[in-house]
Design a protein. Structure first.
Lengths: 136, 69
């Protein structure tokens, strides 16, 4: 399917399309709900499988929606997103590699998955704003 | 790389948004190309040349070359 390119402001296509945000929220809610359900009620295996499958499905839908939105970006917008993604990936790569020495030195505690997630999101936002500013 | 995009656009009294719509890109892309902050891809450069009925080398010039703007 050929989609018309988004001709609006850089990154504004994401502001206009809410579907991927809804899928992200759905992922968070089903994930949190699933944890609560499994921990508190200790349900049977089929229910546990469903509790795991729901957030997984939402996550896949979120990814598909986001990739469909990427396909509508023009070349500069794609470049900005690539720079943001590179910033995020490299930042996390270095953070994970440097973590052991910081850990042994006693500067940081045990690494939690949500810290990595926050770092990824933070670096992505920093990278996108930085690239956007450069091409303004 | 320098270009004469701003002049060509002004001759036709198009805004950056007008040109962006005609090219199927964002206004920021047109602005970034005009100010030389971003070099367009070949398909976009051909699209620009076709839109203004000119050859690519008449619009885009290497930095050291005289004649642009």
């Amino acid at each position: 399917m050929i989609m018309e390119p988004d001709t609006s402001d850089i990154l504004s296509c994401f502001q206009k399309r809410r579907a991927f945000v809804l899928w992200a929220v759905a992922t968070g809610l089903t994930s949190a709900g699933g944890i609560v359900l499994i921990v508190l009620l200790k349900p049977a295996l089929p229910i546990r499988m469903l509790a795991v499958a729901l957030p997984l499905g939402c996550c896949v839908a979120f990814t598909v929606q986001l990739l469909r939105d990427f396909a509508r970006l023009d070349e500069l917008q794609v470049r900005i997103l690539l720079e943001a993604a590179a910033t995020a990936c490299l930042g996390v790569f270095f953070a994970v590699n440097l973590y052991p020495i910081f850990r042994f030195a006693g500067f940081v505690g045990e690494l939690q998955p949500y810290w990595v997630l926050l770092l990824l999101i933070g670096l992505f936002l920093f990278g996108s704003f930085n690239a956007k500013r450069r091409y303004r | 790389m320098r270009n004469t995009l701003r002049v060509l656009r002004a001759e036709r009294e198009w805004s950056q948004a007008d040109l962006a719509t005609r090219l199927g890109v964002s206004r920021q892309t047109v602005n970034a190309v005009e100010t030389g902050k971003y070099d367009p891809s070949l398909p976009l450069a051909f699209g620009i040349a076709r839109l203004f009925s000119k050859r690519i080398e008449e619009i885009f010039l290497p930095d050291g070359e005289a004649g642009a703007r």
